[in-house]
Design a binder for this molecule. Structure first.
Ligand code: SF4
Ligand code: SF4
Ligand code: SF4
Length: 264
């Protein structure tokens, strides 16, 4: 895609750290409309249309997951698809449009975020509904030769070798499974992968970190908890407020576990 010198000069006014992203978005916008050259006039038109679009999402919900990498405990694709299907069926978009009384803003969206390990790259702690993959470990003492690789790899200091035998310090362990990956003889293994479920995170004027309501859920349990959370959210949401705001308004902070486990 060609850019005229005037358009390039205008683009230079965009802060350098987002310039590449803006260039790509404008080129995509222009390509979709059959243009092969970006002029200053076209750039301004694209800016106004993209700004308009960026301030109003198409959906009343979003489902994000981490990119996945060597640390991933599982593949989140299937769960992610099921969550998305459920939110679509729930017509959260129609629900929120009615509550908001018009166009949706991004801060109205019901956000789900999922991460395939405790590093939580998809910012699970500020989502309305967050899912973090977690490992259940199995230790086979007979296969351990005391090589200490597990102790070396654990960045949380949750494994300490005592008399050549690894001891797990439970309250430090984040169940990431890195020790199992490093253990040459399979003495520490990931026995099962489950999900931590967190609810009610948000940023804004009164930010709030999501609170954990379940420490080791199966895929079915995650979906059941999501069903309960969405039901609660629909029952109490006023004017498109976030789940965390509802929890704060109702004075439920700290009691989320009880609320969503018992489906009040
Ligand atoms: S959350 Fe874990 S698996 Fe996902 S991208 Fe981050 S480090 Fe990798
Ligand atoms: S699971 Fe992760 S945090 Fe826990 S002991 Fe192993 S490496 Fe450390
Ligand atoms: S890495 Fe495995 S074999 Fe080595 S000390 Fe740890 S548990 Fe034992």
């Amino acid at each position: 895609m060609r850019w005229t010198s005037e358009a390039e000069a205008l683009l230079k006014r965009v802060p350098f750290f987002v310039r590449g992203r803006v260039r790509r978005a404008v080129e995509e916008w222009a390509k979709e409309r059959g243009y092969s050259e970006i002029t200053a006039e076209l750039l301004l038109r694209a800016k106004s249309e993209l700004k308009e679009k960026a301030s109003s999402p198409d959906e009343g919900y979003s489902v994000e997951r981490c990119m996945g990498c060597k640390n991933a405990l599982c593949d989140l694709t299937a769960l992610c698809d099921r969550v998305e299907d459920f939110l679509r069926e729930q017509d959260l978009t129609g629900f929120l449009r009615e509550r908001v009384g018009g166009r949706l803003k991004y801060h109205n969206q019901f956000r789900v975020a999922m991460s395939a390990c405790p590093n939580a790259c998809s910012r699970v702690q500020i989502a309305d509904f967050g899912v973090i993959a977690t490992a259940k470990l199995f230790f086979d003492r007979d296969s351990c030769d005391g090589c200490a690789k597990c102790e070396e790899v654990c960045v949380d200091g949750a494994i300490v070798l005592k008399d050549g035998v690894p001891e797990l310090i439970e309250d430090r362990c984040l169940r990431c499974g890195a020790c199992a990956g490093a253990c040459p003889g399979g003495a520490i293994r990931v026995e099962q992968v489950g999900y931590r479920v967190l609810v009610g995170g948000k940023l804004g004027r009164h930010p709030r970190l999501a609170a954990e309501v379940e420490g080791f859920a199966s895929e079915e349990m995650v979906l059941e908890l999501l069903r309960r959370v969405v039901e609660f959210y629909k029952r109490h949401c006023e004017g498109g407020e976030r789940l965390g705001t509802i929890i704060q308004r109702l004075g439920l902070s700290g009691a989320e576990h009880r609320v969503f486990q018992s489906n009040q």
